[in-house]
Write a protein that binds this ligand. Sequence first.
Ligand code: SF4
Length: 422
Amino acid sequence: MNVYDSWRIAAMLDARGMEQTDSVADADIIILNTCSVREKATNKVFSELGRIRDAKKPNALFGIVGCVAREAGATAFHRMPDLNFVLGPQSYHKLPQILENPDARLLNIDLSGLEKFDEMPQMVTAPVVSYIPIQEGCDHCCTYCIVPYTRGREISRPFADVMRDTLHAVKTGAFEICFLGQNVNGYKYTDGNGKTYHLSDLIRETAKIPHLYRIRFTSSYPTEMTDDLIEMFKTEPKLLPFLNMPIQSGSPDVLKRMNRPYSLDSYLEIIDKLRAARPDIQISSDFIVGFPGETDADFEQTLKIAKQVRYINSYSFKYSPRPHTAAALMPDQIPENIKRERLAILDNTLNEIQREFNETCVDKTFTCLCEGSDKTGRHLLYRTPYMQQCIVQNRDDSSAIADIKITAANRASLRGKDVTLK
Ligand code: SF4
């Protein structure tokens, strides 16, 4: 979501005749787009701001946008008196105000809903993988999560607006569309005629667009995985056979304290339905270890489900207490050393499953998307349908979409050969 937001901010400044620079010392405005989902990321923000302040030109404007801005609000100016602007994730379209009035401080952390989508200019050229946000905020209220506070209540964007942005992205360079939302599969929009659209409708309509090759969406909430959406994996070949559906923990007790009201049986039933619809589908998950009160037995259940589902490409984190969340106030916070140990054990397990999966890909051929070249320019970096990186020798006649035969694998990446070339 932040990557997308940064693209839109860059497009807004491009439209005003500004150019991007890699050098803080050359910049006239420096914008730090921030994430507060974990404590570590939040802590880095103010030390990074200190570095920017010391390196920038005296008159250059600098500030923060995004979730840390929303969380910190006016206190950000107390911690860093030189800051020029603090704009929450739904207010970054107000940024031009600071360009028009650089001597004033700009603070806006309102939850203004979808306003930013209407006010921001479109990107002139879309990236090959284009993110299209279809909703803002989240109503699930997991007890560890700061998103409902920083991004507000869940609002789905109008179907027509999403399709307009999707068509524009494909016309200007996108080969893959990734629909984004904190609760993306909960997308639900009712138009003026009373017709209600779901994510499955967006996928069906998007799949009709010529020259668009791949569709995916993230991040899914298990109980929103409805049958009409599962059916899409069967009927729409452009929808990639890969789904991130976070379970977070394999312990029913921990899930209850996380306020994630699904049973392991119901979660596994969804996986079974997905595999019946698309036998080659692979699932990824997010995991939190060391949630308050998590016992060794709870953690063992997380390891068990990881091995049972055989998740690939997953993300695992130590629990970190966030402000404005119920879990931060729970008793039985887990000591850091235990969290660290459990994370290492889980990471080893997930890495081993990933390596084994990658090895099963050798000698198979996948249609892959080129995302660019490595630093040397000698290799192209393709992305398989399972989001694995595949390194392929660069050739002048290589194309953005290619059939790649996998020739070698390790845990982190694959090597392959473009079999569409003679
Ligand atoms: S569903 Fe995701 S974004 Fe929503 S509250 Fe839970 S963890 Fe946060």
